[in-house]
Design a protein around this ligand. Structure first.
Ligand SMILES: Cc1ncc(COP(=O)(O)O)c(C=O)c1O
Length: 460
C-alpha cells in the first residue's frame, strides 16, 4: 500500500544537488539589461574610466569581467574546487515557519550560511583571490566593517597562499573581537582603522586622535596600501559588477533546485547592503522576468539606511573621501553617516549600479524595515527553523513573513523564496539587545539626506 508522503511526514525538507551540479559558468546580466549600464566615471576628471585607471587596484581578468558583455563566464576549475567545500548549498522548505504562520504559502530559503565564514561572501572572495594569484599578486588589502567580508577574504587568501591585510573599522575591532579572531586564525593581519601606517589614516588621526573609524576611511586606507605596494592589490566585497557576477552561482543553483521541487517562484526576496547577495540570487530569474515570466522580486533594506526607497538615482562617489569612481546608483550621498543599527552589512550609502538600474526600471521593487520588526521575524525564524539569521538576512525574512501573512488573508498558495545570506552567530550582542528590549527604531532624517545630496556633483 502506498501512503501519501505528507501523511507519513516525509515531505522533502531540503533540496540538495550533487557536487557535479555546481554551475560551471557565472551568469553575466549585462547583455540582457533593458538598457546599457551608465559608465563608471573617474573621480577627478568625471570622464568614463578605462581599464588602465583600475589596473593598480584589480587584476586584469576582474577588470575585463567588470565590463564584459559575454552572457556566460566559465568558472575556473581551481575556484570550483574550493566551492566544493560547501557548495552546492541546500534549498530548504520552511515547513515549520509556514505552520507557525498558518499560511497556505510555500516558503523556501536558499541557505548561504553553510559556507565556512558563514555567508555568501566567499563566493566572490574565492574567485577574486584566484585571479589575483594567477596574475602574480602576493597580498590583498581590503576593508571590513563588522568583519563578514574580511573573514571571507581571509578564508580565501589562506587557501590560495596569499597574504591578506584587513583594515577593520576601529569601533568594531574593539567591540566585536570575534570576527577579528576568525580572520587572524586564517592568517590575516587585521588593523584597527584609522591606522598610523597610511597617509589617509594619519591625516584623520591628526585631526581627531580618538576617531573610531568608518567604512569610508577604511576603504581609503586599503586602497592606499594597494596602490603604494607593487605586489598588492585591493579587493571589494560588493557593489562592483564582477562581484555580483560571482554571486550568480547562488541563483543558478536555486533554479535547478526549484525545478527538482517542481516549483515556480512567485516571489523572490533578499536583503541589500551593496547588492551582491540579492543580485546573485535573483539575476538568473530577472532574465526570465524580462522575457515575460511573472515574478515579484523584492529588495529589503533598513529604514536607517534607506538607499533604494528614499535616495535619488544619480551619479555619486563610491567612498566618503571622493577617491573612488563615481557610479550611477540610488544614493544617500557619499557623506552619509550610518546610524548605529545592528545590520553592519546594510549601511552603505549607495548600491550596486546593475541592481539600481533594474530598480529604476521597476523590475525589482524595494522595501525598508525598522530593526525591531526585523528582529521579531528573525527570532520567529530561529524558533521555528532553528537557524539564527544574520541581522542583514533578517530583513528579507521580515518581508517573507509579511507576504506569507497576506497569502493567509487571500488564500493564495504562493511560492516565496528567501535569500538566506548568512547566520548570526557573531551577532549575539544584537540579539541580546533585542531580547532585552534595548533596540531603538530609527528612520534616517529627510533633512540629512537633502544635506548630503547637496554635496554631490551634478552629472548627467
Ligand atoms: C550576511 C550578510 N547578508 C547581506 C549582506 C549585505 O551585503 P550584499 O548586499 O553585498 O550582499 C552582508 C554584508 O556584509 C552580510 O554579511
Amino acid at each position: 500500500m502506498t501512503r501519501d508522503k505528507k501523511e507519513v511526514g516525509m515531505e522533502q525538507s531540503k533540496i540538495i544537488l550533487s557536487e557535479k551540479e555546481i554551475p560551471q559558468a557565472w551568469y553575466n546580466i549585462q547583455p540582457d539589461l533593458p538598457e546599457p549600464l551608465a559608465p563608471a566615471l573617474h573621480p577627478k576628471t568625471f570622464k568614463p574610466l578605462g581599464p588602465q585607471d583600475l589596473a593598480p587596484l584589480f587584476p586584469m581578468e576582474l577588470i575585463k569581467q567588470e565590463v564584459s558583455q559575454e552572457r556566460w563566464i566559465d568558472i575556473p576549475d581551481e575556484v570550483l574546487d574550493v566551492y566544493k567545500l560547501w557548495r552546492p548549498t541546500p534549498l530548504h522548505r520552511a515547513y515549520r515557519l509556514e505552520k507557525a504562520l498558518g499560511t497556505p504559502a510555500r516558503i523556501y530559503y536558499k541557505n548561504e550560511s553553510v559556507s565556512p565564514p558563514g555567508s555568501h561572501k566567499p563566493n566572490t572572495a574565492v574567485a577574486q583571490t584566484y585571479y589575483n594569484k594567477k596574475e602574480g599578486v602576493k597580498r590583498i588589502a581590503t576593508e571590513t566593517g563588522a568583519g563578514q567580508w574580511g573573514s571571507a577574504l581571509s578564508f580565501a587568501c589562506n587557501l590560495f597562499g596569499l597574504k591578506c591585510t584587513v583594515y577593520m573599522v576601529k569601533v568594531s575591532y574593539q567591540q566585536k573581537p570575534y570576527r577579528r579572531v576568525l580572520m587572524e586564525t586564517w592568517g590575516s593581519e587585521v588593523h584597527p582603522s584609522p591606522t598610523n601606517s597610511t597617509n589617509a589614516g594619519r591625516s584623520i588621526l591628526e585631526k581627531d586622535p580618538e576617531c573610531t573609524g568608518s567604512l569610508g576611511i577604511a576603504i581609503s586606507e586599503a586602497v592606499e596600501d594597494a596602490v603604494t605596494h607593487d605586489d598588492t592589490k585591493y579587493s571589494l566585497g560588493s557593489v562592483l559588477n564582477h562581484v555580483l557576477l560571482h554571486q550568480t552561482v547562488v541563483g543558478l543553483e536555486l533554479k535547478k533546485q526549484l525545478k527538482l521541487a517542481e516549483e515556480k517562484p512567485d516571489i523572490l526576496i533578499g536583503c541589500v547592503g551593496g547588492g551582491s547577495n540579492f543580485a546573485g540570487f535573483c539575476f538568473p530569474f530577472v532574465k526570465d522576468k524580462l522575457q515575460g515570466k511573472k515574478i515579484q522580486i523584492i529588495a529589503c533594506e533598513p529604514e536607517a539606511c534607506p538607499t533604494l526607497t528614499r535616495g535619488p538615482y544619480r551619479y555619486d562617489f563610491g567612498d566618503t573621501a571622493c577617491t573612488a569612481p563615481l557610479v550611477k546608483m540610488f544614493t544617500l550621498g557619499h557623506s552619509f553617516v550610518p546610524p548605529p543599527i545592528h545590520s553592519g552589512g546594510l549601511r552603505y550609502h549607495g548600491d550596486a549600479p546593475l541592481m539600481c538600474l533594474l530598480v529604476n526600471k521597476g523590475i525589482i521593487e524595494a522595501r525598508a524595515y525598522h530593526q525591531n520588526p526585523v528582529f521579531e521575524a528573525a527570532v520567529l525564524f530561529a524558533r521555528t527553523e532553528g537557524i539564527l539569521p544574520a541581522p542583514e538576512t533578517a530583513h528579507c525574512i521580515k518581508a517573507a513573513v509579511d507576504e506569507a501573512k497576506k497569502c493567509k488573508e487571500t488564500g493564495e498558495e504562493k511560492c516565496i523564496v528567501i535569500a538566506f545570506s548568512g547566520h548570526g552567530h557573531f551577532d549575539l550582542a544584537a540579539y541580546d539587545a533585542y531580547l532585552g528590549k534595548k533596540l531603538e527604531d530609527y528612520a534616517y532624517p529627510e533633512e540629512k539626506i537633502k544635506e548630503a545630496l547637496a554635496a554631490i556633483p551634478s552629472i548627467g
